[in-house]
Every structure is written in C-alpha cells, then in structure tokens.
Design a protein around this ligand. Sequence first.
Ligand code: 13P
Ligand code: SF4
Length: 367
Amino acid sequence: MQLVTLKYQARSIEDYFNLSSAEITERIELARLQLGTKLLILGHHYQRDDVIRHADLTGDSFKLSKMASERTAEYIVFCGVHFMAESADILSRTHQKVILPDLAAGCSMADMANIDQVETAWAELEDIGINSIMPITYMNSTAAIKAFCGERQGAVCTSTNARGIFDWAYGQREKVFFFPDQHLGRNTAYSRGIALDEMVVWDPYLELGGNDPEKLRKAKIFLWKGHCSVHGRFHHKQVDAVRLEHPGINVLVHPECNWEVVQKADYSGSTEYIINKIAKSEPGSMWAIATEVNLVNRLKNQYPDRFIRLLAPDLCMCSTMFRIAPENLLWALENLCDDEVVNQITVPEEVAYWAKVALDRMLTIAQ
Ligand code: 13P
Ligand code: SF4
C-alpha cells in the first residue's frame, strides 16, 4: 500500500473515521516505517489494546516521563492524556515535538485544580502565618501547578515515588500541601506515619479551604479536594465481597483509590507495579485488581493461568484515555509523513522553566 502525499495541507481527521481496522493497522505500520528513528510512540498502560500494540515503549507516568527526558527522536507521539504530553514536552529537548493524537484526552482529576485556586490557597495560608509548607503536586496536574511548586522549592511526584518525595519534603519543611489527589496524598502521608487527624482536606471553593485556622496550624498535610473518578468507583465493601466469594484472593489496588480500599488491600502501587506484581505471581494465583479496566483486561489475557478480575462489578474505564483511538494515531502519523505536525503540545517557556525544575527535582530525588 502506498501513502498518498498531500503537501502543505494537513489531512483531516474526518477522512479516517470510515476506514476498516485492518487498513488502519496496516497504514500505521507503514507510517512508522517511513518515519523510522524520527518517531517515538509512547503509550500509557491504560491505553486500549488496539493503540498500545503500536507503542515503541509503554510505562506508568514516572517511567514515561523518564523516557521522554532520555530519548532523542524528533517526534514523540504520546498515547496518553494531556498532562503526560505536557510533561514530555517540558522534559524533552528543544528540537523535539510532542504530539497528543486527540486534544480532548484530558484528565478529570487534573482539571480539579487550577493555578488561580492554588495561588489563592497559598496566599490564604500565608495570611494566617503558616509558612513552612512544601508544595508537592501529583504528575496529574497542569504545567502551571508544576511550575508553582518548582518556583517554591517543591517537586512533582507520581504514584511510583510519592513516598520518597514525601520523606524528602518533610526533611525540609513542617507541612506539605499536596495537589490535586486527596487519596494519593492521604495514602502516602499515612504510610509515612502521619495520623488521619493531622490531615485536612482543602476545598478550593471555600474560604481557608473550609477549615478553621487552628486546625490548619496543627495539620501536617493539606490535601487538595480532588480525586480520580475512575478509581472512585472502588469501594472497601467490594474488598470484603471478593474475599468472601474467592477465599485466598489477593487484592491489588492503585493508590488513587480511597484510604479504606487501600487499607483493606494486600498490595498497592502504580500501574507498572501492578503489572510487575502479576508478572511475578504464581500460576494458579487469584487477583482482584482496582485500576482501569483496559489494563486489567490486558493482564487477564496475558496471564490466562491466573484468575484475574476487576475489583468492582461495573466498568471502571478512563473515558479520556480511551479517546486516543487508532484513527487519531494514524491521522497524526500520516500528517507527520507529510511534514505536518498536528496536535503539538507546547508549554509556554516561562511556565516550562519552573515546571521543569519541579520535574527534574522528582527525577533526582527518585533515582
Ligand atoms: P500511573 O503513574 O500509576 O501510571 O498512574 C497514572 C494515572 O493516571 C492513574 O490514574
Ligand atoms: Fe485521570 Fe483517573 Fe484517567 Fe488517571 S484514570 S488519567 S487520574 S481520570
């Protein structure tokens, strides 16, 4: 099959919707061949099977950010969500271009904190005399919030390295302000010996986050009131139910699940951790997993000699990750073959500078 070369005009995504999946697969492979070493396709573990099969490298958000900082391909096509592509752009070299095949692939958790709200919260704490705070943001946040942390000697973390980053933060300041996932923040702080009554939730829509000043002065951590709607579907009663139904089953969860779920689970960790745990498990072992369904189904297919199921009875799918379809990937690649860069993610220089400081700090601490 030959690629038709269209010069000086980007191909339209509409032209891709009626192609058969066989043709899409064939044309993606052809475009990859044509682009050769100029191209690197990165895929997050929550991507659907028909997309992840085309990725050169796969990983959790920490591994993908490291890969983006180490590779030199001119085009990084990021099959994941917007905050991941932003981080790749910040960490990559100036000649590299990062492409997100569908710009609507966002993250509802990252959308729960914006920079104006974060600046207001910080100023309110300063106004009541609370100063020794380390700002830490989860990777799932905007570049502007990463920059806010970088500028104040803070850092980014992912679910892979959150514990190490918290230890580092408490080694320098009395308190941590953690954006935007209250659950990862609570689970990590608790694992570092901080009691639940030393944690306060900061609601950005209320004055002082909905807390009285005395409570804030006593707190060790301020948890931004954000969460993942996908992991929010897992409930601790499901852990009890699955143990009753399958005695001896292992419960393996992502730390974006709430505290009760994580406390009742046997193991908790990032998507990469979950994959490694299953890979190293015994044939015949039983697993209930609390994370995104595309990953759980892939593990089920890869390890048919283990019993693997989703912890929740209903579908826990990340609809924004799912937006990256093979059609979008092919459209982005064929445009690159025509020297047309579509859907490039570019973080403004002044934001990128401080966001990179926060990301580099994470990469250094987490070595
Ligand atoms: P990981 O870093 O574990 O891949 O998690 C990213 C994410 O968005 C989970 O919802
Ligand atoms: Fe965001 Fe949750 Fe989707 Fe992860 S699974 S990208 S946190 S909405």
